[in-house]
Design a protein around this ligand. Sequence first.
Ligand code: SF4
Length: 344
Amino acid sequence: MPKTKTMKQKSRKFLILAMRLFVSIRNQTGFSSNLQFSIDAGDAGLDVDTDLGHAIKIEGGWKWKTKVGMLYEEWGKLRFEETQESITGTREWAKYNYNIQKGCSNGCLYCYACAMAVRFKRVEPEGWLTQVEDAKAVLKEWKKKDGTIMFPTTHDITKSNVGQCVIVLGKMLEAGNNVLVVSKPSPECIGLLCNKLEKYKSQILFRFTIGSISNEILELYEPNAPSFQDRLSALAHAHIRGFRTSVSIEPILDYQPYQVVKIVEDHVTDSIWLGLMNQVKARFKFNGVSEDILKKALELTAFWDDMNVKHLYYLVKDNPKVRWKDSIKKIVGIEAPEKVGQDV
Ligand code: SF4
């Protein structure tokens, strides 16, 4: 599944708030001394030694490059200009995301959530397969959010947690939210969701991940996830039941992703997303993947060079349901969305 909201994004938000507060304090108190500058910055939660780079002389004063934008001191006034954050991963699709457990039994080798958990020593790679429910997250009461909620992002909806997923989704939807339900779907789980959540149909968009039509390839990269036939059957079921449906071919797991597009398109009411496998070496290393499989994955990512991505683009770009993730947009020259969660 695509990556979730990271600590980096959270601390970015905090730094921007701190920077604005700092500018406001400084503009009210005036510039008395460098010492005062440091104290004001400290009050605003900024460590000027680490958050501000070297001052560069400009007309009327100075400017500093910070981690989250440029800070200007011009003619005795401070001004802050935030840099645009690149919108990738889950944030391309939804403004909010939500999960109710740690770990995921699918054990996808490219899993970003697993790689981060291993990197920050929250789990050993093999421990990721053990799903640990967060009971508090299941019980949370929901209000209406000002954007789509993606559920889940760091685990899947499986036979062992589908009951809890129904409870959580029911609460989110009852509060009036729009939810993007993402899964490598099993027909049993999707059948149950369709039965239990039928009355919220207009608020749900299903997005099913299908990176290849080959079970051999799916088993290699997503060892415990449902087969291609099961995913297709779940997709067809949701479609027949009148739910809105979409497919994510991200990461592309083989050399002919247009085969997936062809096979799923009649069951898709909304969109078919294509995106490349990212940061293979680092993620596979954290996830404890063998050298043999890493070699195969590197062959695959080497194949998807700019030329082959552009070829794929020209092959399917006229299909009105096809959308491109950030990894492909960059190569074919499509502008990134300006706001999070636009799903375009
Ligand atoms: S399905 Fe589970 S293991 Fe696979 S990428 Fe998503 S969170 Fe990771």
